[in-house]
Design a protein around this ligand. Structure first.
Ligand code: LLP
Length: 438
């Protein structure tokens, strides 16, 4: 794909050598709000949601998108998606609480945790949130929570580990015998039998999530086939219908200019069509088709603006030192992930040079981009780090006592501060000093 087009798809373009994001001048944002700052494009979130929804609707009407809030849990983002009709995938009670604060009803949430505590179950049951179990051993404790709270049992679901995983990094692959997630093939009948006989459940769902950051749609194929064959065996053996079949998330985005977007047509072919075939056979009921994308919806909707404070030439290589690092975007350090980095002001730069773009954290791994070819940079320039909307803020930290930056939402050319920057006092607010140290 042509580079300019690749940028345009992310709502980025240069006008008179100034970078615009969602029709707004990035330098004006940086100067008005300060840097570093997360800048989020509302329309991109809506667009990506609608694109997926359209694809699902075109294949099978009874579908739902559960947005994985671990990718971005800002209340405004949750509200934007709520207005689009989204459902929500939560991985902790904290995420469920966040959804409630965004006005999301409990019946729009699925709680796919792992290593649940009794308190987790009680929180979910008390608040009428559907739990997706991750181990047969958890069933008893979930039932105990229902009994203790005197609540009527809803749907029970198990996460299946179909053993065919995929993902952009070994730490984001979540299916395979060696991995902690879900239950394997040979435990599925036992799990649902126990749910019926010992748990007294009458309604069932089923789930898988095979990994994250999958850009080749064929990587979903084997897992989908295995998952569907497990489902077929389950529903015919126990003679049960399913309320939903959830294929999880994992849909990737093109982080690199040479990458094409995920081909949704092929995804539909290798996952949804096969799902439809199974439903068509008539042995599973008429389940909802569910997917749980996080990154696909939010990643491209956000950039981080940062300012260069130091250009260092150590005689061997060039470093562009910026005012944020793995405290605001840990993906390059944690997974070696590529995030494209571009200059906000291209004026008067004749030559391009290679730089390591590095943050201010006191670790040599604090590199946002290695050996990046950029127009010649000068101290004071602003850079945009792309595709930071998924697993950006949610994985940020205050390491080195650096307060987290603000978040700005762009819509219709207007800017809205949707999260205040933290202060030094925010960093200290939960500490107490015992008397003998006063
Ligand atoms: N559903 C479940 C049960 C999940 O565990 C996840 C992600 C998702 C859905 C959403 O996956 P997505 O559509 O966003 O790929 N921190 C890593 C990603 C870890 C994802 C963990 N689970 C990264 O920055 O790449």
């Amino acid at each position: 794909m042509d580079y300019e087009d690749w940028l345009k798809r992310k709502s980025l373009e240069y006008r008179n050598d100034i970078l615009y994001f969602a029709e707004v001048n990035t330098i004006e944002i940086a100067e008005k709000f300060g840097t570093p700052i997360y800048v989020i494009n509302e329309q991109m979130i809506r667009k990506k949601y609608k694109k997926l929804k359209k694809m699902l609707d075109s294949a099978y009407k009874k579908n739902r998108i559960y947005f994985a809030i671990k990718s971005n849990s800002n209340l405004s983002i949750l509200k934007i998606l709520n207005s689009e009709g989204s459902y929500y995938d939560c991985s902790s009670t904290g995420e469920i609480y966040t959804c409630f604060k965004a006005g999301i009803a409990p019946d729009r949430i699925i709680y796919t945790g792992n290593m649940f505590t009794d308190a987790d179950f009680e929180f979910a049951v008390k608040n009428d949130v559907l739990v997706n179990l991750d181990s047969i051993s958890q069933l008893k404790r979930l039932v105990k929570a229902y009994d203790k709270l005197g609540k009527e049992k809803g749907i029970v679901s198990f996460r299946i580990n179909p053993e065919f995983g995929a993902g952009h990094h070994v730490h984001t692959i979540t299916a395979g015998k060696e991995l902690k997630f879900g239950i394997l093939d040979n435990q599925v009948i036992e799990a649902y039998s126990k749910a019926i006989d010992e748990g007294g459940f009458k309604k069932f769902g089923i789930h898988q999530h095979i990994g994250s950051g999958i850009i080749n749609p064929y990587d979903f194929e084997k897992a989908a086939e295995k998952f569907l064959s497990i489902i077929k065996n389950l529903t015919s053996t126990l003679n049960i219908d399913l309320e939903f079949i959830d294929f999880g998330g994992g849909l990737g985005i093109p982080y690199r200019p040479e990458e094409e977007p995920l081909d949704l047509k092929t995804y539909k072919e290798v996952v949804i069509t096969k799902f439809k075939d199974l439903v068509g056979e008539g042995n599973v009921g008429t389940p909802y088709l569910i997917i749980e994308p996080g990154r696909y919806i939010t990643a491209e909707a956000s950039i981080i603006l940062t300012q260069i404070n130091t250009i260092k030439n150590n005689g061997h290589k060039l470093f562009a030192g910026v005012n944020t690092g793995f405290n605001t975007l840990i993906r390059p350090t944690m997974y070696g992930s590529y995030h494209h980095i571009i200059l906000c002001n291209k004026n008067l730069r004749e030559r391009s040079l290679k730089y390591d773009v590095t943050g201010p954290i006191c670790e040599s791994g604090d590199i946002l981009g290695k050996n990046r070819e950029l127009p010649e940079l000068v101290e004071g320039d602003y850079l945009a780090i792309l595709d930071a909307g998924a697993y950006g803020f949610t994985m940020s930290s205050v390491y080195n006592s650096r307060p987290r930056p603000a978040e700005i939402l762009l819509n219709d050319g207007l800017t809205y501060k949707i999260r205040k920057e933290e202060t030094y006092d925010d960093l200290l607010t939960h500490q107490f000093i015992p008397d003998h140290l006063m």
